[in-house]
Design a protein around this ligand. Structure first.
Ligand SMILES: [Zn+2]
Ligand SMILES: [Zn+2]
Length: 54
C-alpha cells in the first residue's frame, strides 16, 4: 500500500486549468481572470489534492 505518483498531474501536484486552458483568463472580447485558477493558468490537482501522490 505505498504511495503512487498521481496519474492526473504526473506527480507535480498541479494541473493545467481546463476552464481557461492554461491561459489564466476567460473570454475573448473582454478577457477576465479565470475564477477556477485565479488567473494562474493551473491549479491544485483534484485527484491528489495537490500532493502529487495517491
Ligand atoms: Zn483557469
Ligand atoms: Zn494529482
Amino acid at each position: 500500500m505505498g504511495k503512487r505518483k498521481c496519474p492526473t498531474c504526473k506527480g507535480s501536484g498541479t494541473i493545467t486549468c481546463k476552464h481557461c486552458h492554461g491561459t489564466g483568463s476567460v473570454g475573448i472580447l473582454a478577457p477576465t481572470k479565470c475564477s477556477r485558477c485565479n488567473g494562474l493558468g493551473e491549479h491544485s490537482c483534484p485527484n491528489c489534492n495537490g500532493t502529487g501522490e495517491v
